[in-house]
Design a protein around this ligand. Structure first.
Ligand SMILES: [Zn+2]
Length: 691
């Protein structure tokens, strides 16, 4: 991993918290009368829930400051921040100061020349944030904000939590006069306008961001505080409209708001070895008065904790200046459940069979996230122990690595992949993948054992698996339909596991002919799935893109089933652990001091069964977001769940299986090379400890 600073003593507490609190909006319309805000009542709520740390606002998302800021004229009559720090620290609760760097309506009003601008001098579109003022980090706002952080660090805080930090990812932003000057300083002579969207422009943005983080850290040192700086979006490869490099934060910190996404981001973050938190809210969103269901909050808490994360949960202050009493009670109960399992949740390492490659570059990830999340969904829904890899790092953590369509592969990645496969690792490569010189040979041609012959531009193709293992798990006996173009390839060392068919209209798919281009009348039987042996490992190639989304996904499980069967094939049919259960049950396995800890998470309580994919927003809004439909018959149950382990693959032969915290022992049996046991029913979540 590029990140060198994996553990920092001053941030050890970040790793230890299973749950953390984060209140929002203690003033504004929600509490029109400031006298009602009851600092002691809220401090007691934190204590009752059992939080050991909280992130609290020193300056609102859009301003104002919640302490008496020295250089503002919109201060409130009360030092909300200082009162809280005092009340919480008195109760041994650590406080990180939330400070919104990116938005500030007061500063933007007083100094519109400090705001982010496009090339025509126009303000950026900030409707997403409901704030008109996106502050530019190259402008004097930067020094103003650092000065305010000095004021905040006079309180006994344990660090900063910075929101909306950095210059915008959008290549059309920022081109203000300050950025023009700062860029010329940074790059030496080059003109920013000429550099729009270039690598140089991006590096300038990253540099501005990192410089701010380091200066904020120095502020804390200057005041004798723990130099812990966290910024929102550290470790989050998606969505946000501002630059988010992975490095520099003492904790990765990602707004998830969805337990399925927590599993994906949690896996991604675990690769760094850094502390990380996954954020959501106890209410339905950040600024909302209606609670989420208890089951959803509990699922989020365990979805985060199963990954070794801190579940950082938002609270909205009621108009009476307190928290909802019902919310306090249920959060206390959920935190108590987490703490009761604390010894099995802290200090674990994950067990993986399959890794899905994502990108460490946010610009690229925005392009390919739909494909990455689809493969992640496939693996989760197939109950494969899966990792989400930050680029091509940590390949050796699993026996199979899937490279979704469109992921950029550079020379260093190719060297790493060749070493991985030569040593016994296995790859799944999905078309389209990188070529030499535009449309030339495959960049991975040695690994693939294929010659590229061109790209078929039909709107639809069929893949017909041949190997019997690819027909398992309820797989259809018909060829499967894959939307989009496909690669024509010739075998050059690889063997064929399945065919690519340009024209195939069986009777039950006959209606689809309306959606297909006029088919080739005499289609050749081309390779659709291939396998190449390379060193001690194997490389599977799929000529059409299984991860490509289609409105038909909600009734078409076959791409997922085929992806799962390909992974199982490359695992020699020996997954380290798997379960027999419906697609909404997620399996997590961790290792810890001679133990294996299994988590079963029931996403029947999740708001969506699949990962959000911003690139198919039109599908989402049409109500046809891909679902977790599967093909294994009627087993979508929460009754007894069969768990199957391969002790050799786990490197451990458990002699006992026990439900936690219930303590009930489960009978272990052996069948050929696998150990089996049955979990009696599943509510929201179940932990099983194997020793
Ligand atoms: Zn600017």
């Amino acid at each position: 991993m590029p990140r060198q600073e994996t553990t920092r003593d001053h941030a050890a507490w970040l790793r230890d918290d299973l749950m953390r609190g984060m209140p929002h909006f203690i003033t504004t319309a929600w509490t029109p009368d400031q006298r009602l805000f009851d600092t002691e009542a809220i401090a007691e709520a934190w204590r009752k829930i059992g939080f050991r740390s909280v992130h609290i606002l020193s300056k609102h998302e859009t301003g104002p400051a919640l302490y008496p800021a020295r250089h503002r004229n919109d201060n409130l009559d009360r030092d909300f921040f200082g009162e809280q720090v005092d009340a919480y620290v008195r109760r041994d609760i650590r406080v990180s100061a939330y400070y919104c760097v990116g938005l500030d309506d007061w500063a933007g009003g007083m100094h519109p020349e400090w705001c982010v601008r496009d090339e025509h001098g126009q303000f950026a579109d900030t409707t997403f944030w409901a704030s008109p003022s996106w502050m530019c980090l190259s402008s004097p706002w930067r020094d103003f904000a650092i000065q305010e952080l000095h004021e905040v660090a006079e309180y006994p805080i344990s660090g900063f939590w910075l929101d909306i930090l950095g210059l915008p990812v959008d290549p059309a932003l920022c081109f203000c006069d300050h950025c023009a000057r700062a860029y010329s300083d940074f790059a030496g002579a080059a003109n920013l306008t000429n550099m729009r969207g270039s690598e140089g422009h991006w590096e300038f943005k990253m540099w501005s961001h990192k410089r701010f983080v380091e200066d904020a850290r120095q502020v804390l040192r200057d005041h004798g505080r723990d130099p812990t700086v966290i910024f929102n979006g550290a470790g989050a490869p998606f969505f946000k409209r501002y630059a988010e490099p992975f490095d520099g934060s003492d904790s990765d910190s990602t707004e998830c708001h969805n337990p399925v996404l927590m599993g994906a981001i949690g896996r991604l973050n675990r690769n760094s070895g850094n502390a990380f938190e996954l954020l959501s809210c106890s209410e339905q969103s950040w600024v909302h008065t209606v609670l989420k269901p208890d089951t959803l909050v509990e699922l989020e808490a365990f979805a985060a904790a199963a990954q070794g994360a801190t579940y950082t949960v938002g609270f909205t202050v009621t108009p009476e200046g307190r928290f909802s009493p019902g919310n306090i009670d249920r959060m206390a109960s959920i935190n108590a459940k987490l703490e009761a399992q604390g010894e099995y949740l802290r200090g674990t390492t994950p067990i993986y069979d399959v890794g899905v490659v994502s990108s460490r570059d946010n610009r690229e990830m925005r392009e390919v996230i739909g494909n990455v999340w689809r493969w992640t969904d496939f693996m989760r829904q197939g109950h494969l122990l899966h990792n989400v890899l930050p680029g091509f790092h940590n390949l050796d953590a699993q026996r199979v690595v899937a490279i979704p369509a469109g992921i950029a592969i550079d020379s260093a990645a190719r060297v790493a992949l060749e070493a991985y496969v030569r040593g016994g690792g296995n790859l799944i490569v999905e078309a389209p993948t990188r070529h030499e010189l535009g449309d030339g040979p495959y960049f991975l041609r040695d690994l693939l054992g294929l010659t590229f012959q061109g790209r078929s531009q039909s709107d639809w193709h069929y893949i017909e698996p041949a190997d019997p293992i690819l027909r398992r798990d309820g797989m259809t006996t018909d060829p499967i339909l894959v939307p989009g173009p496909a690669d024509a390839v010739q075998l050059d060392g690889a063997e064929q596991l399945g065919a690519l068919i340009h024209e195939f209209v069986p009777h039950d798919l006959a209606h689809l002919i309306f959606l297909a281009n006029p088919p080739h009348r005499d289609p050749p039987d081309q390779p659709g799935i291939t396998l190449n042996r390379y060193g001690k490992g194997c490389v599977v190639f799929i000529a059409a893109q299984l991860s490509r989304r289609s409105p038909r996904d909600m009734t078409d499980p076959w791409a997922g089933t085929l992806a799962q069967n390909l992974a199982t094939l490359l695992l020699d049919d020996r997954p380290a652990a798997t379960i027999e259960a419906g697609a909404r049950i997620e399996l997590v396995a961790n290792r810890q001091d001679g133990r294996i800890i299994i988590h079963l998470l029931n996403h029947a309580y999740s708001p969506t069964p699949a990962l959000p994919a911003p690139d198919v927003r039109e599908l989402q809004t049409a109500g046809i977001m891909p679902t977790s439909i599967h093909s294994r018959g009627v087993i979508d149950r929460t009754g007894p769940i069969a768990v199957s382990l391969d002790p050799e693959m786990l490197g451990m032969y458990p002699t006992s299986a026990r439900l936690v915290p219930e303590g009930e022992d489960l009978a272990l049996s052996t069948e050929s090379n696998r150990q089996l046991f049955e979990v009696p029913g599943l509510g929201v979540h179940q932990t099983i400890v194997l020793e």
